[in-house]
Design a protein around this ligand. Structure first.
Ligand code: AP5
Length: 209
C-alpha cells in the first residue's frame, strides 16, 4: 500500500506518469484536474461553477475541489493506496488533506521552463477517452486523430498562452511553497522530469519503491 502525492508545475508530465504508474502499481490515479474536467463536461452544478476558473487558468475554490476529492477518495479502490495528481495545490488544501488521509511520499517534478512550455503548447487531448498526446514527442498515428477511437484531438482551453501564463504564476505563488512544507516533514522526493516518459518513470519508481 502506498499513498503518493504528485506536485509539479503545469505540463511537467504528472498526468502522464501517474496514469502509467497507477497501472503498474495497481492503485487508482486520482487527478483533481480530470475529475473537474469530467464535471465540466457533464455540466453538473459543480462543473458549471468550476468552468470559468479553469478556463482562465486560476484555481477552483477549495470547497468545490475538496467536495469532489473527498467523494473520490472515499471509494473502495482508494483504500489500498493511490496516486494523487494535482492536489493539494495550496497550504489550505494540504491542511484539508491531512484531515482526510496520511501520505507516504510526495514526488516533486522539476523541469526547465522552456521544456515545460513546449510540452504545454504541443499537448492535444482526446475529448472522448481523455488520452493525452504531444505533437512533438508522442504524436498520434494519424495526424489529429485519437489512436484509440479516432476522435478529433483538441487543445485544452487552459493550454492557450494567456491561461498558461496564469497557471504558471499560480503554481509559483500558491503550490510551489508546499515543497518546503513536505520537505520539512521528510516526505518530499524531487525528480528530474527531463527525458522520455520511460526514463522519468524509472526515476519515480526508484523514489516510491
Ligand atoms: P490539472 O489538470 O491538474 O493541470 P496541471 O496541474 O496544470 O497539469 P497538466 O495537466 O497541465 O500537466 P501534467 O503535469 O499532468 O502534464 P501531462 O502529463 O499532461 O488542472 C487543471 C485545472 O483544474 C487547474 O488549472 C485548476 O483550475 C483546476 N484544478 C485542478 N486541481 C485543482 C486543485 N487541487 N485546486 C484548485 N483547482 C484545481 O504532460 C504535458 C504534455 O507533455 C503532454 O502533451 C504529454 O504528452 C507530454 N509529456 C509528458 N511527459 C513527457 C516526457 N517525459 N517527454 C516528452 N513529453 C512529455
Amino acid at each position: 500500500m502506498v499513498r503518493v502525492v504528485f506536485v509539479g508545475p503545469p505540463g511537467v508530465g504528472k498526468g502522464t506518469q501517474a496514469a502509467e504508474l497507477a497501472r503498474e502499481l495497481r492503485i487508482p490515479h486520482l487527478s483533481t484536474g480530470d475529475l473537474l474536467r469530467a464535471a465540466v463536461a457533464a455540466q453538473s452544478p459543480l462543473g458549471r461553477q468550476a468552468e470559468g476558473h479553469m478556463r482562465a487558468g486560476g484555481l477552483v475554490p477549495d470547497d468545490l475541489v475538496l467536495q469532489i476529492l473527498q467523494e473520490r477518495l472515499g471509494r473502495p479502490d482508494a483504500a489500498g493506496g493511490f496516486i494523487l495528481d494535482g492536489f493539494p495545490r495550496n497550504p489550505a488544501q494540504a491542511v484539508a488533506l491531512d484531515r482526510i488521509t496520511p501520505v507516504d511520499v510526495v514526488v516533486a517534478f522539476d523541469l526547465p521552463s522552456d521544456v515545460l512550455e513546449s510540452r504545454l503548447v504541443n499537448r492535444r487531448v482526446c475529448p472522448t477517452c481523455q488520452s493525452v498526446y504531444n505533437l512533438l514527442t508522442q504524436p498520434p498515428r494519424v495526424a489529429g486523430r485519437c489512436d484509440r477511437d479516432g476522435t478529433e484531438l483538441v487543445q485544452r482551453p487552459d493550454d492557450r498562452p494567456e491561461a498558461v501564463a496564469t497557471r504558471l504564476r499560480v503554481y509559483a505563488e500558491q503550490t510551489a511553497p508546499l515543497r518546503e512544507l513536505y520537505r520539512a516533514r521528510g516526505l518530499l522526493r524531487a525528480v528530474d522530469a527531463r527525458g522520455t516518459p520511460d526514463e522519468v518513470r524509472a526515476r519515480v519508481r526508484r523514489l516510491i519503491d
